[in-house]
Every structure is written in C-alpha cells, then in structure tokens.
Write a protein that binds this ligand. Structure first.
Ligand SMILES: Nc1ncnc2c1ncn2[C@@H]1O[C@H](COP(=O)(O)OP(=O)(O)OP(=O)(O)O)[C@@H](O)[C@H]1O
Ligand SMILES: [Mg+2]
Length: 385
C-alpha cells in the first residue's frame, strides 16, 4: 500500500498544497515552523481519524479558515495474501490496482456560506471513497507507524502513554479492538459515576452488575490482544542490535472475582481499580548473564531510545503480519535526537543495508530541518517546504 498523494486545504499553516509521494523513501525538508510535523499529523489523521497532538480537533483548522480538508489517495500494488508478509519488490503477476481515497473534513461547527451567513456543519467528517464513515470503519484503511522525538521517553514516562501506544497499534489492524476500546471507555465512565452515587447516595451495588459484565467482556478482549502484541514483539528477530529487548505485560485482569475483591475499595475511591485501563508494559533488556533488567530504571538513555526504536519496528512488523500490508513509516525529525550510531541504524533500515538486509520497510516519509543528515540516504524523493 502506498500513499500516492496528499492534498491539504487550510490544514494548520498549510493553505493549499498537493504532495506527491514516492513508494519508497520520501524526505520532507524545511526550516523550523514550516509545517513538517503538521504534514505528518495530517497523514496520521487519515490513518486513525485522530490527531496525535491536538487537544481540541479544531486546532487543526487554519486560524483564518472555517473548514480544513485532508485528502489522500492510496494505491495497492500486488495481490498479496493476507498474513504472508507481503513483498513490494515482487508484486504478484496477477496484481491489481485499486485506488482508495480517504478524506477528513474539519469545521468549527458551522461553515461560512457567504453574505455573513453560516450553516451548521459536523465538526468532523470521515470519508472513504467519498462515502461518509464512522470512526471504527474509517480508521485503519491507511496503516501508519509514527516515530517522533516525543516517543523517546516512552520507556520512562507514564503507563497511560504506553497504553495509548498499544491501543494505536491494535486499533489499526483490528476493528473489534476499536469497538471494544470505545465500549470499555464509555462503560468505565458510567461505572465510576455509579460508584460515586453508591458512596454518596447509598445507591444499591446491584446497579453495577450491567457495567461489570460490559467491562469484563470488553476488557477480556482488550487484554488478550495486548498480550498477543507483546508475545509477537518478544519473538521477533530484526537484527543483532535489537535481540536483547523484551516487553513484559503487566496486566490488570478484570473478572467477577477481582471486582468482588476490590468492591469496598472501589466504592471508597469511587473509581474502578482493576482492568486494562490500569495495564502497563515494562521494557526489559537481557544482560550477558541472561538476567533481565528493567530499562526504565536501569537503562542508559541510549538503550532506552534503542528500545523505543525496537518497539516501533515491532509495531511495523505486527501490522504487516496481521494485515499483509506494510504500514507507512513516518519519522518526524528524529535525527537530531539520535547519536551517530543510532542514525546509521535508521539509514541502514531504510536502505536495507548491513545487518538489516532482510528487513524491508515499505514507503516512508521522513522530515528534517537539517539537510546535512540527508547524505545518509541511498536514494529518496526530496520534498522541499
Ligand atoms: N491552526 C493553525 N493555523 C495556522 N498556523 C498554525 C496552526 N496550528 C499551527 N500552526 C503553525 O504551524 C507552524 C508549523 O508547525 P510545525 O510544527 O509543523 O513546524 P515544523 O516544520 O515541524 O517545525 P520544527 O522543525 O520546529 O519541528 C507553526 O509555526 C505553528 O504556529
Ligand atoms: Mg516539527
């Protein structure tokens, strides 16, 4: 799958522009504040239906506009079997071409229809081939792996970020996971509200039963899938630089028995104390004596960053394994964050060189403000801002 082109209209600082992409390496180069991260944000929006940085979606609309539009054209090459891993170099002879268009339209709740008149409009519209879709059906059509400077602290930052990471990976390849997460989060809010009323108003605990069942059912699915990803990452072999990393799934299981066990504490705290919203994943590395250490506490900065890169590559391979499609690899300005050795690993991965000759990324879009890094790429399409 290739993102052939991207059309932006009033998306943040970009008034109107069309970008054409190569099916392998694309480098977007431009000075600070020229809109590089914004472009990747718009691609991520096409992929997930959400922003990775906006608190309020309206932020993405250009200051002077009432409507923003992001449009992408996808191209599929080769009739690859699902789960076969796929290979862009050797498209199947009976290959088909099927262009798909994805579109996101954002408004501030109304649009200017001229003559100082305004008309009510949905704040966000998601379209596949010009047909309006719900978020669960829009997300995942374009699969992406995003890696930016903000990911560098994934090992050490709060568990919420690591759960968000897991949700993003699994949501891209699993519609049932997308549905389960939405349902679980809604249910959790309702259950917490009830717990508060039980504490404050003496409401009967039997009221919880419906929400208990809903959380157990969806929670079960969520933790099973999270476990699958962790197992996959632990078995994956990418190259000697990454062999010593491991993830440990710190699961907060949810069941009738566990909810019963925490019943009194939950009422006192007016919050649900067990379930996947309390999950975490712990990064570990094997020492030469095969003992494992927790990288958040006993890892060097460089090791922690390598572990994050390993996690992103695991995400890439997982999405490819499940969907048969290589996700689009988005790298935002990470070269300045990395030392020489780590930069070389990225260049080798992108150029399928050295240790990583067997590891093949598909299409990637890389941004940088500094043109002295681009010497590291073997061949690429340059896009100037
Ligand atoms: N809604 C908006 N309307 C207009 N401009 C916006 C909007 N939101 C953000 N911007 C501007 O977009 C500019 C570019 O942002 P962006 O983060 O994409 O730059 P960048 O090229 O990634 O820069 P850097 O190299 O520093 O990371 C910023 O100056 C920001 O003020
Ligand atoms: Mg940026």
């Amino acid at each position: 799958m290739t993102l052939r082109n991207l059309k932006l209209e009033n998306f943040r600082n970009i008034k109107k522009r069309i970008f054409e992409f190569d099916s392998l390496v694309n480098v977007i180069i431009g000075p600070n504040a020229s809109g590089k991260t914004n472009i990747l944000e718009s691609i991520f929006l096409l992929s997930t239906g959400k922003s990775f940085k906006a608190k309020i979606e309206e932020e993405m609309i250009n200051y002077d506009a009432s409507l923003a539009r992001v449009e992408g054209k996808l191209e599929f090459e080769g009739n690859r079997e699902i789960g076969s891993g796929g290979n862009l170099d050797k498209p199947n002879v009976s290959s088909f071409r099927q262009a798909n268009s994805l579109e996101v339209v954002l408004t501030r709740g109304e649009i200017d229809i001229g003559g100082d008149k305004f008309e009510k409009a949905p704040r966000k519209k998601l379209l596949v081939n010009d047909i309006s879709k719900r978020l669960v059906d829009f997300a995942g059509n374009l699969k992406t792996v995003l890696f930016g400077p903000w990911d560098m602290d994934l090992v050490t930052q709060s568990p919420a970020l690591r759960r968000k990471f897991l949700d993003n990976v699994l949501s891209q390849v699993d519609r049932e996971y997308r549905r389960s997460i939405l349902s679980y989060e809604k249910g959790l809010k309702q259950r917490n509200r009830l717990l508060l009323r039980i504490r404050e108003e003496g409401l009967s605990r039997s009221q919880l039963l419906f929400w208990d069942r809903l959380l157990i059912k969806n929670g079960d699915y969520i933790s099973r899938k999270r476990e699958e990803f962790v197992d996959f990452a632990n078995k994956l072999e990418i190259g000697s630089n990454f062999n010593d990393f491991k993830l440990e799934y710190d699961k907060s299981a949810i069941s009738e028995a566990r909810l019963e066990q925490y019943a009194q504490e939950e009422i006192a705290a007016a919050t649900t104390l067990v379930g996947p919203h309390r999950d975490d994943i712990i990064f570990k590395a094997k020492n030469s004596n095969q003992k494992e250490r927790d990288l958040s506490r006993f890892g060097s900065r460089g090791e922690q960053r390598m572990a994050v890169l390993w996690l992103k590559l695991s995400e890439f391979c997982f999405i490819e394994m499940i969907s048969g499609d290589k996700p689009l690899f988005l790298l935002d300005d990470i070269f300045s964050e990395l030392d020489h050795e780590h930069r070389k690993i990225i260049f080798d991965l992108l150029g399928r060189k050295g240790n990583y000759a067997n590891f093949s990324l598909g299409q990637s879009i890389i941004t940088t403000a500094d043109d002295h890094y681009i010497g590291g790429f073997a061949s690429f399409l340059m896009i100037k801002l």
